[in-house]
Design a protein around this ligand. Structure first.
Ligand code: HSE
Length: 405
């Protein structure tokens, strides 16, 4: 019997217990022995749960029990999840987590602690919910240089954008539904303001480039300013508005950011709807790979946590595979203004203004998207260059979205 502890018995924590119970036979076969949940750490009691008698309220009970070989941290938030994870690693216990906030803020320190203590620290469930993305980036794509990673990384906002597009639903109403389904963060502002996606893209950037950028410092815009005009424009141009986390290298520096994009129908990401996430990894040998699946929710996310548990307990996750990251300094990070892509400008005015904007942006043409509103898609330009070009025309810009080709 291999004893583990679950920290945090919310949506993902209780889902992890469910996956372990439901798939017990195959998990035992993978691990070579039965996996048993000896403790559940939570502030609450769960008297009606079959594992209700395992609940403890003091982390030291877990830390001081030599039978516990692995701790699955699913508390959410930075504190005390970071302190508990660090203490577990120091106590020689493997840690697996779904907690993107902790990885994004303390990944460098916790991975170093894991190495020092000869244990594993795995975090497959932290990005993309149940989608395998962390392990494939570390293993299957190891022979490639990563040119860029672009993804729909937040299920809640994708669920909201999809319902707004297909059903014309109200933002607040759809958010409530996402919360009820267990997709949203405890504070859903983290979803709709793009902070959750920012944490996830810095984790993917660190996997790609070995440098962990503070998620609070990257350009981050959520979906709260998305209107019917954005959706109508995307419809007219053929594609969708999606909240995208993107990272790439610009002149040897790392750019990472989150914002709504116009994604043309030719990009498979434009068809990733509802709570699903889709992550495109552009590489120099394989080319483009798409990772797709349920990006949030109890059992999908828990399945990724349990995959890490199996990886550790079956001894497939060797210490040597832990990534060695460093924290970013200002010199490592590219400026937002240098990020080059095509951009979709919607301007207010007359066809003559649209003609002017079209010429300035090196566009092929323009589309009328509403009365007196025209959409122009620029050639590939840095943000700085595009903004200067449009400002010089004097036309009135309603909004501008980067385009994900
Ligand atoms: N709130 C997150 C989302 C949960 O909606 O994607 C999964 O990280």
């Amino acid at each position: 019997m291999m004893q583990i502890a679950i920290l945090g018995f919310g949506v993902v924590g209780s889902g992890t217990a469910e996956v372990l119970a439901e798939n017990k036979k195959l998990i035992t076969a993978h691990c070579g022995d039965e996996v048993s949940v000896k403790y559940i750490l939570d502030l609450r009691e769960f008297p009606d749960h079959p594992l209700g008698d395992r609940v403890v309220h003091d982390i030291n009970v877990i830390l001081n029990d030599p039978e516990v070989v692995l701790v699955a941290e699913m508390m959410g938030g930075s504190h005390p999840a970071y302190e508990f994870s660090a203490a577990a690693l120091k106590a020689g216990k493997h840690v697996v987590t779904s907690n993107k906030e902790v990885i994004a803020n303390f990944g460098v320190e916790l991975l170093a602690l894991a190495r020092e203590n000869h244990v594993c620290y795995l975090f497959e469930a932290s990005v993309g919910g149940g989608i395998p993305i962390i392990r494939p980036m570390q293993t299957d794509l190891a022979s490639n240089q990563i040119l860029a990673v672009s993804g729909i990384l937040n299920g809640t906002t994708n669920f909201i954008l999809t319902k707004m597009k297909n059903e014309g639903a109200e933002f607040a109403e759809v958010l409530k539904e996402a919360q009820a389904k267990g997709y949203a963060e405890a504070n859903p502002a983290a979803d709709v303001e793009g902070l959750d996606a920012a944490r996830k893209i810095v984790i993917l950037a660190a996997l790609a480039y070995g440098v962990l950028i503070d998620p609070k410092t990257i350009p981050t815009e959520g979906i709260t300013k998305i209107t019917g005009l954005h959706t109508a424009t995307a419809d007219k141009l053929g594609g969708a508005v999606k909240l995208i986390g993107h990272t790439e290298k610009i002149d040897g520096k790392i750019y990472a950011g989150v914002s709504p994009y116009f994604v043309p129908a030719s990009n498979p990401i434009s068809h990733v709807d509802d709570v699903f996430n889709g992550i495109l990894v552009d590489t120099n040998m394989l080319g483009r790979a798409l990772f797709y699946g349920a990006g949030a929710g109890k059992l999908p996310t828990a399945s990724a946590v349990v995959a890490d548990i199996i990886d550790v307990l079956s001894r497939r996750a060797e210490e040597r595979r832990l990534p060695e990251w460093k924290n970013a300094s200002a010199a490592d990070v590219a400026q937002k203004g240098d990020y080059a892509c095509r951009r979709c400008y919607v301007i207010d005015g007359c066809p003559k203004c649209a003609e002017k904007a079209k010429t300035a942006l090196g566009a092929d043409g323009f589309e009328t998207v509403a009365d007196g509103k025209f959409a122009i898609i620029s050639r590939v330009m840095s943000e700085q260059e595009a903004e200067a070009a449009i400002a010089a025309t004097g036309v009135s810009v309603v909004f501008c979205l980067p385009v994900l080709d």
